[in-house]
Design a protein around this ligand. Structure first.
Ligand code: OGA
Ligand code: NI
Length: 362
């Protein structure tokens, strides 16, 4: 890496104040570390605004057999074609969502000195506040600060370990999403033609990672990104976004905006579920554009499988395989994916290719 860039990154990182710190200091021109390379900026001209949207699925009536069948069909179609969908009427009260968002906003907007205490790149820490987990690995820094909380089995984190301003509201939100995650994995199992508890028994939903992003208003949004294009190296992601917008999903070689819907949750298939489904469900790349308006706040809950048994081997689900549908991926350890993800920057190639089985055609 160019020595000047390295120095700039380091001195920015040492402020422990993140992008929010720059904005508070009144920055009007983006520091160089955030400016995307010319070739990437030129590529943006190939995209146009298109008026299609990620499917929105209404979960109302999920306990009624007929309605459930339709919901499962919709989830199946969305997971096969988009890898993304939004859900409404998911049962988590709006106040739980709003309170969690407000608590996290207060975390980022509290006194810098209080926040700094949590600033770290040490992956062994359960609570980590930082600006770009991949600051030193990526090509360009993103206009975003994040707060990550690793959650193993339920109840394994002590409330005192969380920042006080968002402690109760974040924990309540996490509990609700975990419960909702069980429902989602049931629906996804059914969509694969398996028994409802199938994915649950594989412990896909056991551990999760909570990541809250804070995207401050950006003075030159066309020069940078809120989050570079990436795939999620997990089983499933449940995302709550506010009303600002900026999340985009790749679809037919275009970027499609994920329209903010008050109270909705955005669900996306991760790379690990793509492998389990033997490629039936797709993990799709997505990104967040920067915005003159802000801050934008989002909360991602990543279902990362069983970390209690880190050496558990996963692969394409046997019940789905046949002579006509041979395994397309090798077996893997979740830890391999996680390790690869943290070794490189967002925006680099997906890891899933490493696990593809090469088929030779005669
Ligand atoms: C992520 C992600 C999108 C968002 O955290 O992996 O894609 O809207 N977040 O913050
Ligand atoms: Ni993502």
């Amino acid at each position: 890496m160019d020595i000047n860039r390295e120095k700039e990154l380091k001195s920015f990182d040492d402020t422990k104040a993140g992008v929010k710190g720059l904005v508070d200091a009144g920055v009007v021109k983006l520091p160089k570390i955030f400016i995307r390379p010319v070739d990437e900026l030129a590529e943006e001209l190939n995209y146009c605004q298109i008026n299609i949207e990620v499917p929105v699925i209404d979960l109302d009536g999920i306990r009624y057999e007929d309605r459930r069948k339709d919901i499962v069909k919709e989830i199946c179609a969305a997971s096969e074609t988009w890898g993304f969908f939004q859900v409404v009427n998911h049962g988590i009260p709006l106040t739980v969502l709003d309170d969690a968002m407000n608590g996290l906003r207060m975390f980022h907007e509290q006194d810098q000195e209080l926040k700094k205490e949590f600033y770290t790149r040490d992956q062994t820490k359960k609570v980590r506040y930082s600006c770009n987990h991949d600051l030193y690995q990526s090509r360009t820094a993103n206009w975003r600060d994040s707060l990550a909380i690793s959650l193993l089995a339920r109840g394994q984190i002590k409330p005192e370990e969380l920042p006080a301003v968002c402690r109760d509201t974040a924990l309540r939100y996490i509990e609700h999403v975990r419960e909702f995650g069980d429902t989602l994995f049931e629906l996804l199992s059914e969509a694969l033609g398996l028994k409802p508890d199938y994915l649950h028994r594989l412990e896909c939903a056991q551990a999760c990672l909570f990541v809250n992003h804070y995207y401050p208003a950006c003075p030159e949004p066309e020069l940078t990104l809120g989050a570079s294009s990436h795939f999620d190296p997990v089983f499933l992601t449940v995302l709550l976004q506010d009303q600002i917008g900026g999340l985009q999903v790749a679809h037919n070689d275009q970027w499609v905006n994920v329209r903010p819907i008050n109270g909705a949750l955005v669900i996306n298939i991760g790379e690990l579920l793509q492998i389990l489904s033997n490629g039936k469900f797709r993990s799709v790349n997505h990104r967040v554009v920067a915005n003159r308006v802000g801050p934008r706040i989002s909360i991602a809950i990543f279902f990362v499988g069983s970390q209690a048994i880190p050496e558990k081997v996963y692969g394409p689900i046997e019940e789905l395989l046949s002579k006509e549908n041979p395994p397309r991926y090798k077996e893997f350890l979740v830890s391999e994916f996680v390790r690869n993800f943290y070794k490189k920057g967002l925006g680099d190639k997906s890891d899933i290719d490493e696990f593809k089985i090469q088929t030779t055609t005669m």
